[in-house]
Design a protein around this ligand. Structure first.
Ligand SMILES: NC(=O)c1ccc[n+]([C@@H]2O[C@H](COP(=O)([O-])OP(=O)(O)OC[C@H]3O[C@@H](n4cnc5c(N)ncnc54)[C@H](O)[C@@H]3O)[C@@H](O)[C@H]2O)c1
Length: 388
């Protein structure tokens, strides 16, 4: 009888707000992942976290020196993502980073080049596009329900995280802002649905020069704003589709959709790309009999409008952060490409930096990076596995 393949041992660097979500994700995918240890620049924080989640505590250097750990998840703050990922790669381990991959194109390039040289893989969040909501949207698109996609909109509109986050400063520093913080969810979802982008245009502004924290730890603290907080951009995809994207920390209330795609034969409402669930809704022209024109006007009596319809999810909405790490682990086992890849994250980073450059220069920017559209997840997977 064939023995069960070994699990892939994983370590975490950065035991802050998002780290518990990865503990849950590794547990959900315990078919392949074994979360063994954690580290933080703040050793006491790592020790508390390890105690709470039954992990081994290490210094960052000791975690990187553990020969059993194959994948290291980098959950540090954006401005040190590149430094930490480069150290992970230098230790000969596969690096899976929270978004963004780095805070500049140059950092992203360094990470990809170092990984290629070292023969290790780079993965990067977000992995929400592997959730039931966006995978179902992909299936609807790929099966032609709305025909050839011609356009899309994507909107993130809020008034910033200083009211709830315990460490809100980094959101307003270089590498933060709504574009670098939330943009990766929207842009990764769009690239996973529509393929790579070839050209962008953008206008961006800092609307308020400082923010006042109201979360418990920093209540009343004035936070200087270093990055644009309202970013309004346009994407031209290689496929020819065109998307409008707004990311903003300047909006108190809105009624905008999260993502909608418009095709030759219908429209698709894509759920929040910062979550793994539905609803997915579709509107198809074939259900709209009133389209039939007779005698130069709409023919009375032929009205049969089905309108928007909910689509049952084709993929598991219970998955959570960590599915990208599990997919990387399965990919290492079989040798196939992983989906939440460094190339995809680099393309998204290139789009984001190009948005800022377009806004500063007042001109369109042609992208130099490209990436493959990630393969859709297969249907019928057992919960907690990605075996293909
Ligand atoms: N908080 C969220 O809701 C959320 C959601 C999705 C993604 N993220 C992403 O996760 C990452 C971390 O966010 P967070 O909210 O957990 O931040 P956080 O500030 O709560 O935690 C970051 C941790 O990294 C540690 N750290 C910083 N520099 C380090 C270094 N050089 N070496 C080792 N450890 C270091 C800090 O001590 C801290 O414990 C960010 O990239 C963020 O964009 C956060």
């Amino acid at each position: 009888m064939a023995s069960k393949p070994e699990k892939v041992k994983v370590g975490i660097i950065g035991c802050g707000s998002i780290a518990p979500a990865y503990v849950r994700g590794c547990t959900f995918f315990s078919s392949i992942l074994e979360l063994a240890a954690c580290a933080d620049i703040d050793l006491a924080r790592a020790q508390d976290f390890a105690l709470e989640h039954d992990l081994k505590t290490y210094s960052v250097d000791d975690l990187l020196a553990d020969p059993d750990i194959q994948i290291v998840i980098n959950l540090t703050v954006p401005k040190v993502h590149a430094e930490v990922s480069l150290n992970i790669i230098a230790a000969g381990k596969h690096a899976y980073s929270e978004k963004p991959l780095g805070v500049t194109r140059e950092e992203g390039q360094q990470i990809l080049a170092a990984a290629e040289k070292a023969g290790v893989r780079v993965g990067c969040a977000p992995d929400t596009f592997l959730g039931g909501g966006i995978q179902t949207s992909r299936k609807v698109l790929d099966d032609g329900w709305i025909g050839e996609p011609v356009a899309a909109v994507a909107f993130f509109a809020e008034h910033g995280p200083e009211a709830w986050h315990q460490n809100p400063h980094f959101f307003y520093q270089f590498g933060g802002g709504p574009l670098f913080d939330l943009g990766p969810y929207y842009l990764t979802a769009l690239v996973s649905l529509l393929g790579p982008v070839k050209r962008v245009m953008c206008s961006a502004r800092i609307s308020f020069p400082e923010r006042i924290a109201t979360s418990e730890t920093w209540f009343g603290e004035r936070i200087p704003v270093e990055v644009p907080t309202h970013v309004s951009g346009t994407l031209e995809f290689v496929s020819g589709a065109v998307a409008t994207v707004i990311t903003s920390f300047d909006i108190w209330a809105d009624t905008l959709p999260r993502i909608e795609l418009y095709g030759a034969d219908g429209s698709l409402s894509v759920p929040d790309p910062n979550a793994f669930r539905g609803p997915v809704r579709v509107w198809q022209v074939k259900n709209q009999e009133f389209q039939r024109r007779e005698g130069g006007g709409w023919h009375e009596g032929s009205w049969h409008q089905v309108g928007w319809q909910d689509v049952p999810l084709t993929h598991d909405p219970q998955v959570s952060r960590g599915i990208g790490v599990a997919d990387l682990a399965y990919a290492l086992r079989s040798g196939r490409p992983h989906r939440a890849s460094g190339a995809l994250a680099f393309h998204v980073l290139d789009i984001m930096q190009s948005f800022y450059e377009s806004s500063e220069r007042g001109q369109a920017i042609a992208l130099t990076s490209q990436c493959d559209q990630p393969a859709p997840l297969p249907l019928g997977l057992l919960q907690g596995t990605l075996d293909e």
